[in-house]
Design a protein around this ligand. Structure first.
Ligand SMILES: Cc1cc2nc3c(=O)[nH]c(=O)nc-3n(C[C@H](O)[C@H](O)[C@H](O)COP(=O)(O)O)c2cc1C
Length: 344
């Protein structure tokens, strides 16, 4: 069995967290991931209401036998009255406060009896999160699916963060690009306490995504993603500029990504002509989303999409990544042989 201080503390069978993912990461997905022995998390999007959050947290806790968590987008919380109160009432094991300053919410998370986590994209961000009082620093590499300020890949960032916080009393987890047991073994061997895994769950039947979006993930290669603000600028989603989203690349993204500055200008302009141009592109995106046309509509996913080859249940994904990681770590331990120079 693979155990770390983090997985032991939470009573998990695997050092795996099912990362919060607004959209696919519903209470149902969280509950099956937790039920399989990892820690499932509910992803709360920027437009989620208190009522929606209550329903999802109920689903996460009612079906799962074990502990579960929830992840919010800090920049959106001021416009989401009651969401943090609902989370406090539900008493999750861990609350991820990402994409903004976690400091104002940490006391409330601790009052709920939960660990406070935050995803970071640089060593400087990790230091800030530790100074703010988080218990769990989640290294989120640039290859991760969804939104982040990531320009540094998981491995160099993990090494830098572990060096920077080695004397602090925090758990360091690693996310971004972990799609198999090999990836989990790599980050555990480097010193992470668990893998924070999102994309590998996107094609599971329990993920709350349209079937054709799952098919797009299944057919994507590791080179088929793009880190872009295009979908947020066109869709009018208020993500701060420093957090583009990693999504599957498609003709729409490839057309508009080089014209991102123009889209941003149209979005900010008071001129009716600019507003008209943006509205036309938005209409195209809205129609395509309804029609599930992923040549235009967005599927947020990371480079690990290239490792998702078939539809498997979420519990099976947990078990295969966890059990394979254990095998790879045992094999790696065999690389350490006695040094013959010191044998009698
Ligand atoms: C579809 C999707 C939606 C996501 N939504 C959120 C979110 O709402 N909140 C959050 O903290 N992270 C979100 N993330 C990021 C994940 O928590 C995590 O960092 C990432 O999935 C890890 O990298 P991987 O996708 O390579 O496994 C999302 C990721 C994906 C793929």
């Amino acid at each position: 069995m693979l155990q770390t201080n983090f997985s032991r503390f939470l009573g998990l069978s695997y050092p795996i967290v099912g990362a919060p993912m607004a959209g696919p990461g519903s209470g149902r997905l969280a509950s099956v991931i937790s039920g399989a022995g990892a820690l499932g998390m509910v992803g709360v999007g920027s437009r989620a209401t208190r009522k929606w959050v209550r329903g999802q947290l109920d689903a996460a806790s009612s079906m799962g036998q074990r502990r579960w968590g929830v992840g919010v987008q800090v920049w959106a919380l001021p416009d989401q009255p009651g969401v943090m109160d609902e989370i406090e009432i539900a008493r999750p094991a861990i609350v991820s406060l990402s994409f903004g300053d976690p400091a104002p919410y940490i006391d409330q998370v601790h009052r709920a009896g939960a660990l406070a986590a935050s995803q970071v994209n640089s060593v400087a961000d990790a230091r800030k999160a530790v100074d703010a009082g988080v218990d769990v620093v989640v290294v989120q590499g640039a290859e991760a699916g969804g939104h982040h300020a990531g320009q540094v890949a998981t491995l160099p960032l993990l090494q830098g963060v572990l060096e920077a916080v080695e004397y602090d009393d925090v758990y360091v987890l690693a996310g971004g690009g972990i799609g198999t047991g090999r990836g989990l073994a790599a980050v555990l061997a480097a010193g992470a306490q668990a893998g924070w895994i999102g994309t590998a769950f996107l094609a599971t039947p329990e993920a709350e995504s349209p079937l054709l979006a799952k098919m797009a993930v299944l057919s994507a290669k590791e080179t088929d993603t793009i880190h872009t603000r295009v979908f947020d600028l066109v869709g009018g989603v208020g993500w701060p500029e420093r957090y583009p989203g990693r999504a599957l690349s498609n003709p729409f993204a490839r057309t508009w990504d080089p014209r991102e500055a123009e889209l941003a200008e149209w979005a900010q302009s008071a001129d009716p002509e600019s507003a008209g141009k943006l509205a036309a592109v938005k209409e195209e995106l809205t129609k395509a989303t309804k029609a599930e046309d992923y040549h235009v509509a967005v599927v947020y996913a990371g480079q690990a999409a290239g490792l998702v080859h078939d539809e498997r249940r979420a519990a099976e994904v947990v078990r295969s990544i966890g059990d394979d990681a254990e095998r790879h770590m045992r094999a790696a331990a065999e690389l350490c042989v006695p040094d013959e120079r010191y044998l009698g």
